[in-house]
Structures are given as C-alpha cells and as structure tokens.
Design a protein around this ligand. Sequence first.
Ligand code: NAD
Ligand code: SAH
Length: 434
Amino acid sequence: MPEKYKVKDISLADRGKLAVEWAEQNMPVLRLIRERFQKEKPLKGVRIAACMHVTKETAVLMLTLRDGGAEIALAASNPLSTQDHVAAYLAKEGIHVYAWRGMSEKDYFAAIASAASMGPDVTMDDGADLTVMLHKVALGEARGIDYEIGSKVLSSSIVEKIRGGTEETTTGVIRLKALQKEGKLLYPVFAVNDSLTKFMFDNRFGTGQSSIDGILRATNILLAGKNVVVAGYGWVGRGIAWRARGMGARVTVVEVDPVRALEAYYEGFYVTDMSSAAETGDVFITATGNTDVIRAEHLLKMRDGAILANAGHFNVEISVRDLERIAVGSRDINENVREYRLPNGRKVYLIGEGRLVNLAAAEGHPSEVMDLSFANQALAVETIVKKWEKLDKKVYKLPRSIDNRVALLKLKALGVRLERLTEEQKKYLESWSG
Ligand code: NAD
Ligand code: SAH
C-alpha cells in the first residue's frame, strides 16, 4: 500500500473519537456484534478493502470488523461525504483510511485504488465504484478514469484471491447485477441493500430525515407552505415525500413507474411529470438512481429562487452539466449552496454540487438506522468468510434468518415486546382444511 493513511488533519482524531463513541451509543445491535467478534475473532487474518462514506457510523462498523480480526483499508465512497475528524480517528486506530472532504475526482479514484492495493480477501462497497474498478482492471476494460487510475496501481490478478464482497446501496446492486448479466462478475457479492432490515428503514426513514436535514442546514428555509417536488417514489422518495409533508410542505411526486405513481396519488400526493412540476416547485429533490432527471428544459421553466437537491445517485440526477452550460453566471452562497443565474434572469440554487444532499450538507443517516444496515454488513462479511467456498459468482441476498435476527435484536434494544404464535396457531397457519 502507498501510505498507511491519507486524511485531512490527523490532529482532529480526539474529536473524531467522541463522535464515534456517540454513534456507537445509538447502535446497540452493532455493539452486540462487536462484543461477539471481540471474543470469537471470526475475521482473523482477513483483509478487507472498503469504499464507504467515512462517517461516525461507518467508523463503528470498521472498528467492529477490526475487532473481529480483520485488517482494513477504507476509501471514501463520495468526494463530499467524509467527516474529517472521524477519518483522523480511524487512522489512529490502525485503519488504512484514504479520505478527506472535498476530494477531486482524480483523488477520489486514487484513494479507491490505494485501498484496493492492499490485496483484499473481501470488498465492501457503497455504489460499486471499488468493485467496478477491480473488475475493469481484471477484465482489461480500458475505459474511464477509474480504469486509468486503477490499472497503474493494481495488477490484473488482484481479484483472484477475493472471496466475496458486499454492496450497500440500490444503485450499486443494479450495477453489479448488470455485470452478472453480462457474465462478467468475478466473485460473489451480497446485496446488503436488498435486505428488508436495510432498504425499508435506511432508504426510507434514514434518507427521508437526513435529506431534509441537509437541505435545511444548507439553506435554513421554512419548509411549511413550500412546493416540494420529489422525483422517484421508491423507498428513498417515499421517505422524503412523507417527511416533507410532515413539516408542512405541499408535495408533488414525479414517477415513471405507473404503479408507484398510482400509490403516490392515493397516498395523497400531487403526481405529475417533471415538465409541469418544474413550473411550480420551490424545492426539487431527486431520488431515482437515474441520470438527467432534471435537465435544461426543466431548469428554464423554474421559478426564481428554486432550490435543487439530490438524494439519489452520485451527481448525475440533476444535470449539473446542463446547469453549467446554460447559466450566465454563478457564485457560492455558502459552503454547500451555489447560485446559478439563468439567461431568463431567474436564479436557481444547487446544494452540495448535486451530490447526495444528506451526506454532503448534513451527517448522513442517524446512527439508529445505520445500526440496522451495518449489522447486516458485519454479518454479510462473516457469512462470506465462513461460506465463500460454497458461493457462485453471483449477486446474493442475505438469508431471511439474518433479517429476523437483526430485527429481533433491535426490538430487544428498543424494549419492544413481540407477540408469539401458540402451537395451535402455528398449525392453523400451515393447514388447508380449516
Ligand atoms: P427504488 O428503485 O426503490 O426507487 C427509484 C424510483 O425512481 C423507482 O420507483 C423508479 O421508477 C423511479 N424513477 C426512475 N427514473 C425516474 C425518472 N426519470 N423520473 C422519475 N422517477 C424515476 O430505489 P431507492 O432504494 O429508492 O433508491 C433511489 C436512489 O437513492 C438510488 O440511487 C440509491 O442508491 C440511492 N440511495 C441514497 C441514499 C442516501 O443516503 N442518500 C440512501 C439509500 C439509497
Ligand atoms: N456512493 C454513492 C452511492 C449512494 S450512497 C454516492 O455517494 O452517490 C447511499 C448510501 O449511503 C445508502 O445506501 C446508505 O446506507 C449510506 N449512508 C447514509 N447515511 C450514512 C451514514 N451516516 N454513514 C454511512 N453510510 C451512510
């Protein structure tokens, strides 16, 4: 590996320690897993390369895996999401961290290549940038900045010792399934996102709250009475639409899927296409995982002062390219808000360069919800280490038994009592004769 770590300022470590301890206080399920890992050391000698948001919650996960015996290299999964004090603390704790807030695109992929160069047995990803880089290098697919940077540092045989990987988010899973479909997936991957105790909670309640949090921290606008347009009514979109409504906004949903559009309609939201929503919205939030959802034709219809935020995927949902192309001028209003003057004299405001608003302008999801996602991650890594010889080069869901285990532990920590089936009820539910 190039250097042991690369962070903004190692002297921030003490502040990072406090933040991580605060997160762990609110992550009871992961804490239990950490205690078990400390005793059993199920990951002894395992090398893990991870590409995830370097937040206080990820830090608790990394320390859990380290306490299980793993050696870890961690790169940021977004140029704007790193909490620099947390990165400094992790570096002091012996994790090879390559991450700082405000990395350039080149630094971002170089950091991923640095983490990958440890020669991992297991990869952990959030958005699939690490996994895709490894695949491009191994397959010699000489396209893109990730290949250019990765192929200078990594050998094409690097994937041969990888036993398996995990993927945290919807879009990452889509990318990996596309690799599998083309017959190019080179090792098994667990789609952590597809666990019920992940997407039903993290994507919905986590993104719902933290995206609104990011918009408010960046702008301090009053949400009550605002016309908020949410593009995409999947798990993330639902969460945002419901939370925005809860704060008094009038919410419009834009969807391409007829069933989801109908669901949004009957849940009481206005539903229309982007072209007409563009004319009335005060705040636009994209949550589709798709590209160019808001384009020049929409930007030119928007009201003066419209605010643009993305909660979905990378920086492609709002076409920043179009915005830069049509704007006659621009300036930063604060660290997270950029004003663009349009040729029609109106101004629009982009938060966090069109990157994930909840991680760029706030702290990402609250620890309570990441507890569920990262309990799944820790158990997924343990499953890979135990079962890799039986796995094919496929995208797998985690078994339902892990969902049940995680949910039960969370309910126990919350002090919630669960009803139990009687023997008679069990028989009744399995019988056909009545
Ligand atoms: P999902 O598949 O459940 O929902 C996406 C929805 O967007 C679908 O209903 C789809 O029909 C719709 N859609 C696609 N193209 C559209 C378009 N052009 N206009 C309007 N609607 C369109 O996915 P999800 O779990 O809700 O995730 C959405 C995105 O958010 C993904 O990129 C995911 O990786 C990301 N995500 C972000 C966070 C975060 O912390 N910000 C958390 C979880 C997931
Ligand atoms: N890396 C890509 C992909 C989307 S990231 C990008 O930056 O655009 C979305 C993922 O971030 C979610 O699946 C969620 O689990 C994760 N996330 C949200 N809040 C987080 C937090 N506080 N710490 C770590 N990860 C977080």
